[in-house]
Design a protein around this ligand. Sequence first.
Ligand code: HEC
Ligand code: HEC
Ligand code: HEC
Ligand code: HEC
Length: 237
Amino acid sequence: VAGVVERIAAPKPGQDPESLRKQQVAYEAQAAKLRAQLEALEHADLSNRIVLEPIELDDSLSDHVSTQKLVEAAKERITGLAPFDPATFVPRIVQDTASPYAGGEACVGCHREQHAQWSTTGHARAWQGLVQDNRALDGDCWSCHVTGGGAEGGPTHPADSGGYRDVQCEACHGPGRAHMAAPEDKALIVRDPPQETCVRCHDGDKDGGRFDFGAYRPKVVHTAATPGPATPGPATP
Ligand code: HEC
Ligand code: HEC
Ligand code: HEC
Ligand code: HEC
């Protein structure tokens, strides 16, 4: 047995210690589960067996009313702790000049038409939805309702979301600070965001499975003269 253990423990040349550590954690979890099963078998009375099974709390189970009230009160208190009023705080320029994101307001001067059209879309109201649901500071929501949420160089905490709120220009076109400094360099900004960009947020789950690139794209392009998709969506019958 010692020989076997040594052979497993000896790392392969070039093996990453982090991956070994992950394996160890996985093995330990598996071993704990097997030990628990073994113990259960030793005390087995199969006529009186209990099977534990996780059940997802979906809409088919109604909320516990008084617990729900406590949850709502807690959310309101958390929102109240923020150093700003989430309902009225709407500056759109990212003040942190170290961030590659400039904020949508910074694009307006040079792209007035695009900004005007964008303002009519749901993307311009994505933050407001969180405020209405009392979830403005909920990390589970902001990755899709806050520009650059969870992305490199984006805001690192919901309370720092100031200039990043809503699904702004840079959620689709990529960070734009470098582009603003050198607009003629086409490599610095994405002209036509492909479907992969959309489905980071329109992921088929949080969006209720409504996304259809062919139908949704025309609603976000800014001018009637904008050409058709460079990356076609799934064929529609
Ligand atoms: C100082 C003016 C200026 C600012 C500010 C500016 N842009 Fe531009 N942008 C331009 C110009 C000029 C072009 C056209 C370049 C060309 O066709 O040579 C352009 C082109 C673009 C394009 C199309 C690129 C292509 O390949 O055709 C996108 C997308 C874009 N800008 C997004 C943004 C976003 C997002 C912001 C805000 C973060 C922004 N721009 C801020 C001047 C600006
Ligand atoms: C994975 C990305 C993602 C996350 C995370 C996410 N949302 Fe959304 N949300 C979307 C998309 C995409 C839509 C637009 C769906 C459509 O209309 O097709 C949306 C729509 C909404 C709307 C508009 C009304 C509606 O139901 O269509 C509200 C309000 C909303 N989300 C609140 C939340 C809250 C609260 C959370 C956190 C608990 C959250 N979202 C987390 C992507 C996300
Ligand atoms: C939901 C994604 C999305 C958002 C958000 C978005 N755009 Fe676009 N943008 C597009 C698509 C798609 C095109 C079409 C590209 C094409 O056909 O070449 C485009 C094209 C452009 C172009 C090229 C010229 C044109 O009108 O076709 C500019 C400039 C531009 N966007 C600027 C902006 C600015 C500024 C904002 C914010 C006010 C913004 N975009 C927000 C998706 C988006
Ligand atoms: C950063 C996340 C994010 C990205 C990227 C994104 N969206 Fe969205 N989109 C949302 C959210 C959130 C909403 C819901 C806003 C609301 O109403 O609260 C939404 C709403 C929409 C709506 C309005 C749906 C309706 O009928 O009300 C359309 C259309 C749409 N998105 C198209 C697109 C397309 C096309 C792309 C890619 C080019 C894209 N989106 C990229 C997050 C995103």
